[in-house]
Design a protein around this ligand. Structure first.
Ligand code: FAD
Length: 400
């Protein structure tokens, strides 16, 4: 039996792609190496900020009803420079929307996608690992190792969503630019004494960029990006010691903080694949582009990739791995991927900038954005996934 698609990598990107293609009634197998996806609250620890565009895609995929109970709307974003006057504020009102985006716990997002996939009929092979793939006439054959031995899956389209260090990307002969950011994201959640409901904060500090995402019950997701040479020092601080530093860096703005989940550490590497497609194959998620988390764009960009992949695949039901489908996908995604990578790169460089001039210039820049509203609104549109045009059909409200 030839499957329409075999998706390799059952984390956020791969599971979402498998769900979207299954909703179109394609026969899809999802291969994941790890025994079972972590579902326990707090097992991942990240708070994922979903853009308005991502929420619309999830509504179209029938996912949002399961997730909305876990989601906290972002009604404003406040960006500031520690110890200076300059700041910029963007609100949902400015953009004529009810919310700029939504924050969900990573584990809840993963569980909702997996459950919807299982209900839609995604065929799951887990734990199972892909080692090799070869293209034959009109199909791609994929060698999969399971507990019981090896089997060959034949498919019209391989979706390689096997993460930043993607072995399949290499198998497919796709080169990637990799960049060690020499930085780590330190992540936790905390209860704050003086919450500002719905407000997300991004604060440039002399040590690195500190972000707060609103969560339910006066808690907030905290992410602080710090140089990796400080990993040992931060680990020794522990959850409580780290939070004391966070409180101080916020200048008391959110009041006293108490941890509600332990501190976690994510080393950061950037990846940008030179090509998005190969014969009967497409790379997706971190395998295609692993972005720095500073602008919360990584998964949001993937959600739009998945939306367009589904749109292109739906246009050729006989052969979703054909050259015409893949070429349409490649062309359609070029601009958004380049813009989002550039937007994230600028935010990262601004946050990492270490010079005596960095702090006053960043503060002046923020003030300029605050005063020049069209510029601030364009930044907001990018963050909401509503730029550049044309938007994917699922973001415009189409249903699969
Ligand atoms: C601290 C932090 C905060 C973030 N916050 C946000 C945010 O707020 N908003 C946002 O949009 N994005 C955010 N991101 C980015 C987001 O987390 C990533 O875009 C997303 O996790 C990418 O997932 P993925 O499925 O591509 O890759 P991965 O999570 O790396 O998954 C790859 C999967 O492939 C499997 N695999 C690998 N090789 C094989 C094989 N040979 N066979 C079978 N399976 C295999 C692995 O087991 C794994 O499950 C953040 C990232 C970080 C680090």
């Amino acid at each position: 039996m030839t499957r329409d698609a075999v998706v390799v990598g059952g984390a956020l990107a791969g599971s979402l792609a498998a769900l979207a293609l299954t909703r179109l009634e394609f026969a899809v197998a999802l291969v994941e190496a790890r025994p079972a996806p972590p579902r326990k609250a707090g097992s991942d620890g990240r708070s994922i900020s979903l853009s308005l565009a991502s929420v619309r895609v999830m509504e179209s995929l029938g996912l949002w009803s399961a997730l909305s109970a876990e989601a906290t709307p972002i009604t404003a974003v406040h960006v500031s420079e520690a110890g200076r006057f300059g700041h910029m504020k963007l609100s949902a009102n400015d953009m004529n929307v009810a919310a700029l985006g939504q924050v969900v716990p990573a584990e809840a997002l993963m569980a909702a996608i997996n459950e919807a996939g299982a209900n839609a009929g995604v065929e799951s092979l887990c734990p199972a690992e892909v080692a090799e793939t070869v293209c034959a006439a009109c199909v791609r054959n994929i060698k999969v190792r399971t507990g019981g031995g090896e089997e060959i899956l034949s498919t019209r389209l391989l979706v390689a969503a096997d993460g930043a260090g993607s072995g399949l990307r290499e198998e497919l002969g796709i080169c990637a630019r990799e960049q060690d950011y020499q930085a780590s994201a330190w992540v936790m959640t905390a209860h704050v004494a003086h919450p500002q409901p719905g407000v997300a904060f991004e604060r440039f500090t002399s040590e690195g960029t500190l972000a707060f995402l609103p969560r339910a019950g006066n808690t907030m997701g905290v992410v602080w990006t710090l140089p990796s040479r400080r990993d040992e020092e931060i680990a020794l601080l522990g959850t409580a010691g780290f939070l004391e530093r966070v409180e101080k860096a916020m200048g008391g703005r959110l009041g006293a903080m108490k941890p509600t989940a332990p501190l976690r550490h994510f080393p950061l590497t950037g990846v940008s694949a030179r090509k998005q497609t190969a014969e009967r194959a497409v790379v997706l998620g971190n395998a295609a582009h692993a972005l720095h988390p500073v602008a919360a764009q990584g998964f949001n960009l993937t959600v739009r990739d998945v939306a367009v992949l589904a749109e292109c695949a739906g246009g050729n039901r006989e052969d979703i791995g054909s050259r015409s489908v893949l070429e349409r996908y490649r062309q359609a995604r070029r601009r958004d991927q380049a813009r989002t990578q550039a937007f994230t790169g600028t935010a990262r460089r601004l946050g990492d900038w270490q010079s005596p001039l960095a702090s006053p210039l960043r503060a002046t820049g923020l003030l300029a954005c605050e005063l020049l509203r069209p510029l601030a609104r364009e930044c907001a549109r990018q963050g909401m996934g509503l730029s550049p045009a044309p938007l994917p059909a699922l973001v415009r409200g189409a249903r699969l």
